[in-house]
Design a binder for this molecule. Sequence first.
Ligand SMILES: [Zn+2]
Length: 214
Amino acid sequence: MRNLVSLAGALALAVALVACSGGREKPKSSYEDRRLPPVACTRDPREFAEAEKIRDFDNGRGCGVRNAWRLTSVNGVRLSQPTIMNCAVANTFAQWIDQTLQPAAERRFGERVTELTVPAGYACRTRNNVRGARLSEHAHGNAIDVAGFRLEGGDYITVQQGWFASRSTRKFLKTVQDEACGQFTTVLGPAEANHKDHFHFDLQRHRSGGAYCR
Ligand SMILES: [Zn+2]
């Protein structure tokens, strides 16, 4: 019986891995030449999101997404626009929504978040849009930005204004940013010059092996 259970577990895992990696489709060779790290995918995003697997792509200019998904909602929270991200970001984002965002909203406002304003997931651009700078993690679908939070009662909190608003709003924003650090490996917010109006979360592998949060 025990063997049967572990066999079933292994099969489920295998199915999940295949589903997560987008089936048997082989990436194009040009794609394999790129230095993108493989993308960890613990859960198939369809388990927790309105999500559609899209074909991995490479635009030939360094931008592209491996293990690419297009998400329209996560754990029941609508995204302001369909957003492309890799599977690892989808998983971490779902974890942050469940374990950090919703508990913080319930604690501070007694309400849950129903929609997130997401200005960017995948975007082929350099860091902070500076010409000649390194490509942003957004260029690999390895990042997501959040600029606003709609609560179920209709209230809307933005990162830009909420940062200077009532104590509970400030505490809420601080909590959701601070707790993202460690779930994501890079977390940036209004304390940093280029992120006055949104949080930036990504899964870049830093040389230190740790997280960079500001
Ligand atoms: Zn960003």
